[in-house]
Design a protein around this ligand. Structure first.
Ligand code: KG4
Ligand code: ZN
Length: 353
């Protein structure tokens, strides 16, 4: 109780300030990440990726992810402090991802944050991973203020979000089945490409042509929802038909056609959301946001419609802790209270309010 009261007092004193340091921790999936941030500025950003460990299993193995987070978290935090040229004594708040994500993986970061915060007598603040992805746009455009439309496309989520303020977010469209990143990963597997599929498909598509016929889901529908599983099935059928006929599959063409279609669908719905709401600022969030074809399509369509587009660099689209630190700063500004030591991780935490 005494710890929590002190934490509340500290957070209240920080609300109007933008000069204090946050140590941010992110362990929701397969990246062990730590960062030091001040306001919307990133002082250090360390990401210890487990991709090579999970590659041989064709996807993230939750138990292996948790174990590796445990092994790497302390060194990752130390490296973030070192790169920012600060020590724990300089940190005012610890920000940590509470969810959504893999339960065991989240718990490693959360327990570490709790222990550090308690030992130091400083507050820790639980952050929603999706809000973190949105906050990556604040790093790139420190003047950005809601309202804006965000296309969130990651391994677990595909949503069009209307950000009215950092604590009022409305979902205008979401996937009915697979997330966009999941579709990239599954199609990559069908094409015998390693995990994670997104970057591999992007690489292969460079040498391909957009000449394969794939279905465009919900083409004539008014709603802004997505569906990617039919496209994935169509790719599976293309591969099976080529095999049955003894033909060599033009994998690069399939990759290019799939990527172009997904980029087109994501862009079309995002632009439509901006038009319908009259909000002319578009932001991008999530790992699929690293895709060059999607970025090109968004740039083209936003320019055509005279919308402002914020494109975080690829390293801030995929999972990182800087976005968690900046989200924490925004949350403190608008009144979040510190988390108590009893707080638990939440694998399906929602950011829709
Ligand atoms: O946001 P993120 O790093 O983790 C989650 O919160 O899910 O997103 C990971 C997803 C994976 O499905 C990965 O294949 C996809 O983002 N991804 C990409 C690219 N880089 C990562 N998809 C398409 N093109 C890319 N260049
Ligand atoms: Zn993510």
């Amino acid at each position: 109780m005494e710890y929590y009261q002190t934490a509340c007092t500290i957070i209240d004193q920080l609300r109007a300030r933008d000069d204090y340091l946050i140590l941010a921790i992110e362990t929701s999936c397969d990246e062990t990440a730590a960062a030091v941030t001040r306001g919307r500025t990133v002082l250090s950003d360390v990401v210890e990726s487990q991709i090579d460990i999970h590659k041989k299993y064709g996807g993230v193995v939750p138990e292996i992810a948790s174990r590796n987070h445990s092994l790497k978290i302390e060194a990752t935090i130390q490296e973030a402090l070192l790169q920012a040229n600060v020590t724990l004594n300089d940190i005012s708040v610890i920000a940590v991802t509470r969810g959504p994500g893999l339960l065991g993986a989240l718990l490693v970061g959360l327990c570490h944050a709790k222990a550090l915060a308690y030992a130091r007598g400083i507050p820790f603040v639980c952050i929603n991973h999706i809000k973190g992805h949105i906050a990556a746009n604040y790093i790139i455009d420190p003047t950005l203020q809601p309202p804006f439309i965000t296309l969130l496309a990651s391994g677990g989520h595909t949503e069009i979000l209307k950000v009215d303020s950092f604590n009022k977010i409305e979902c205008l469209g979401s996937t009915c089945d697979d997330a966009a990143g999941e579709a990239f990963d599954k199609v990559a597997r069908v094409l015998n490409l390693p995990y994670p599929g997104g970057p591999e498909i992007e690489k292969l598509a460079l040498t391909g042509r957009v000449n394969q016929k794939l279905p465009y889901p919900f083409r004539r529908e008014k709603h802004l929802n997505f569906s990617f599983s039919g496209i994935k099935t169509a790719v599976i059928n293309l591969v099976a038909n080529a095999k049955r006929k003894g033909q060599e599959l033009a994998s690069a063409d399939v990759a290019a056609s799939f990527q172009a279609l997904v980029a087109n669908i994501l862009t079309r719905n995002t632009i439509e959301a901006a038009k319908r709401t009259g909000i002319n600022t578009v932001a991008l969030a999530g790992g699929v946001g690293a895709n060059s074809e999607l970025r090109r399509a968004l740039e083209h369509s936003c320019a055509e419609n005279q919308f402002k587009l914020i494109l975080p660099p690829k390293r801030f689209c995929t999972d990182n802790a800087s976005m968690i630190g900046v989200a924490c700063f925004e949350e403190i500004k608008i009144g979040i209270v510190p988390s108590g030591l009893e707080v638990d991780a939440d694998p399906s935490l929602s950011c829709i309010i």
